[in-house]
Ligand binder design. Structure first.
Ligand code: G3I
Length: 482
């Protein structure tokens, strides 16, 4: 496999600066003012003539989905290569495709798509790791801790293969019901924490890829399912569960259509601190106004990173009878194509809040500080460390635990090691967000690469599963910092 191509940089510099005249210049002259979210359309640039080039103007991508069978379809490949810079495998990276029998992973179909995509300058979205649909047959014969372990081992196995290669992973797909409650499934029956267990496992398996929750019928802000997913993401962000993005499938087919609140939904999710993306777009009869509207909703939201259509031509679609894609069966772009292209080209440019002014202040501060600070800055006392255990989920013969490590000192620490003692007969299974030494008795857990640095009073959590005849909590839980 090849390495992942770099993503286009969000356009914030050259094209923007000439437009910062008048009022903005006044802001710059006012000393240390930071430009916050100055958004406007750049009318000076030439319009791009392909979907990907137009999306890249505002640092976004424009993607498509393909099955392995399209690799021998020159008509498809010609358009894909010309117009798209992100690819999703329609079925080839799903659980039944990648682990058809327990512990036996097959990546040839997914790799074929991956290799073609990166060889043509695209990035790849991974779809999907844990889902009630398209499960390996052996999952259907499992339940409880055995199914939970199978899911975790599946995530570890697939993500190890694609480690460092993908831009996004749909870690969990379609886990909510229409009324906003969790969808009843065999995975849900393993415990309500199955989604966060999947995300924690995924983060430990590949810290470099963005981890997404993906679902359909969550585009309307006033819909119960949207609220259910929103509340889960809000809770995950509050508790440090590693979720980076939310995928809105955007199937405006089969009776659905563009809601007027879509931009509000994207914006509200983005405000939680996640990227948002439109991941499986199709629209009944490719209605131009809906394609224009969904594109506009994305480009108006700074955290909307890109749009993917579920196929390229109507003949590629899972709902082909609705002719829902941007290209017809003869590979010709439809009117909706022009509408999408126009909306991408007109995307506002958003100046990130951290960008410093380009012109130094012309007026020095007139009043120097007169009072010396009364409290000296921290002198770097060594950090402290406390560790607390929580039983996240227990079942006869095992449990899932979490340990929260807190820097209780007054200075930052750059690493930590937690220790705990498992009861007799217990064995450590999977562990995420840390690196373990030992699997029974006294076990130590060193921080992972990405969670060793803790500011004073900051915390991080690692998790693990334990098998054994009892679900006795570990003893002697402690930690040291470095
Ligand atoms: O490969 C077999 C083939 O050997 C057999 O002859 C044929 C008979 O029906 O079936 C083929 O498998 C089909 C597979 O697509 C490949 O074409 C399955 O039956 C069919 O169920 C499967 O459908 C996929 C569907 O997910 C299954 O849930 C669609 O291609 C795929 O586009 C669709 O994608 C989903 C996303 O993953 C999640 N969001 C919704 C989206 C649309 O349903």
């Amino acid at each position: 496999m090849n390495d992942i191509p770099a993503r286009p940089k969000r356009r914030t510099g050259g094209r923007l600066r000439p437009l910062l005249g008048g009022a903005c210049a006044t802001l710059v002259a006012a000393s240390s003012v930071v430009l916050v979210n100055v958004a406007h359309a750049d009318t000076t640039r030439a319009a791009a003539t392909t979907l990907k080039a137009a999306a890249e103007l505002s640092g976004r991508y424009f993607g498509a989905a393909m099955g392995q069978d399209r690799l021998s379809d020159s008509g498809f490949l010609t358009i894909a290569n010309r117009e798209f810079d992100m690819m999703t495998a329609v079925n080839e990276m799903k659980p039944d495709a990648t682990e058809p029998t327990s512990g036996h992973f097959t990546f040839s179909a997914g790799d074929a798509i991956y290799n073609w995509a990166v060889q043509h300058g695209m990035r790849v979205r991974g779809h999907t790791l844990a889902w009630h649909g398209q499960q390996p047959a052996f999952w259907r014969n499992l339940s409880g801790s055995a199914l939970r372990s199978a899911m975790i081992e599946h995530i570890n196995g697939v993500m190890a293969h694609y480690k460092g290669k993908l831009a996004y992973w749909d870690v969990v797909n379609e886990a909510f019901a229409e009324d906003g409650s969790r969808r009843q499934s065999n995975l849900q029956a393993t415990g309500n924490d199955w989604i966060e267990a999947a995300f924690r496992t995924a983060r430990a398996a590949d810290p470099s890829v963005k981890l997404c929750y993906n679902d359909y019928n969550i585009e309307n802000w006033n819909y119960a399912k949207t609220q259910g997913v929103y509340n889960m993401i809000k809770d995950f962000k509050a508790r440090g569960v590693p979720v980076d993005c939310v995928g809105f499938q955007t199937h405006f087919t089969g009776g659905s259509s563009l809601p007027s609140t879509f931009q509000q939904t994207l914006s509200n999710f983005g405000a939680l601190g996640v990227d948002v993306a439109l991941t499986e777009v199709d629209v009944t009869n490719a209605a131009t106004n809906q394609y224009q509207g969904l594109t506009q909703a994305c480009v108006n939201v700074p955290r909307c990173v890109g749009i993917t259509t579920w196929g390229i031509r109507d003949s590629d679609s899972w709902r082909g009878s609705e002719n829902p894609l941007l290209f017809d069966r003869n590979s010709n772009p439809k009117p909706a194509y022009a509408a999408v292209l126009g909306a991408l080209n007109a995307a506002p440019t958003t100046e990130p809040p951290t960008t410093p002014p380009t012109t130094p202040p012309t007026t020095p501060p007139t009043t120097p500080p007169t009072t010396a600070p009364t409290t000296p800055p921290p002198t770097g006392q060594p950090g402290g460390c406390t560790a607390t255990f929580r039983m996240a989920n227990g079942w006869p013969g095992g449990f899932q635990g979490e340990v929260t490590v807190t820097n209780s000192g007054s200075a930052a620490v750059s690493g930590w090691t937690a220790r705990l003692t498992l009861a007799g007969g217990q064995t450590l299974g999977s562990l995420w967000n840390g690196n373990s030494t030992g699997t029974s008795g006294a076990v130590s857990v060193r921080n992972a690469d990405y969670n060793g640095s803790l500011a004073a009073n900051a915390s991080t959590t690692f998790g693990f599963t334990v098998t054994g005849s009892s679900n006795t909590a570990p003893s002697d839980v402690s930690c040291t910092s470095s």
